[in-house]
Design a protein around this ligand. Structure first.
Ligand code: SF4
Length: 163
């Protein structure tokens, strides 16, 4: 019986990792690469991730580009509306660490999305190529499988950091 349940769990894990619904936040130039990745040539959907328009239908947030302090609160509200369990991918140097706008170089830009939200995968680059974005998605899927196997995804997620 344990075998049957473990196989059912594997099936549920496979279904979860290959039916991610992502909310794409195109905040700057990295967004162009992300659009390219979802287009016909690279076709991100073949990996089991489809773009949705509403945060209420999404379990993955993809943040591409620099984040202004003005927009940070909206970003956080979008994250809070997403269903659990949920994940965040930061695309490019600006979303990852602030990039060229990091720290004292800008008064208006957040030094990385992890200052606002718990990030699961960082994709480096300025901008990262579509292959790197696809690799980021595959890395996230592997991470979800690992966390489900350890039954630890609930523990791995923390509440949003304060801005
Ligand atoms: S990482 Fe580079 S390409 Fe991406 S938003 Fe920042 S400046 Fe633009």
């Amino acid at each position: 019986m344990a075998f049957v349940f473990s196989r059912l769990d594997d099936l549920a894990t496979w279904a979860q990792t290959h039916s991610l619904s992502f909310l794409f936040l195109d905040l700057s130039c990295c967004g162009i690469e992300m659009m390219h990745t979802t287009g016909g040539r690279y076709d991100l959907e073949r990996f089991g991730a489809v773009q949705v328009a509403s945060p209420k239908q999404a379990d993955l947030m993809i943040v591409a580009g620099s984040i202004s302090y003005k927009y940070a609160e909206t970003l956080k509200k979008n994250y809070e509306q997403m269903c659990d369990p949920k994940w965040v991918m930061a695309i490019g140097s600006c979303a990852g660490s602030g990039g060229m706008f990091e720290g004292e170089f800008s008064y208006s830009t957040v030094s990385g999305v992890d200052k606002i939200l718990p990030v699961d995968v960082y994709v480096p680059g300025c901008p990262p190529r579509p292959e790197a974005i696809m690799h980021g998605l595959l890395t996230l899927q592997k991470g979800i499988v690992k966390c489900r196997a350890q039954n630890s995804w609930k523990d791995s997620k923390t509440s949003s950091p304060e801005l």
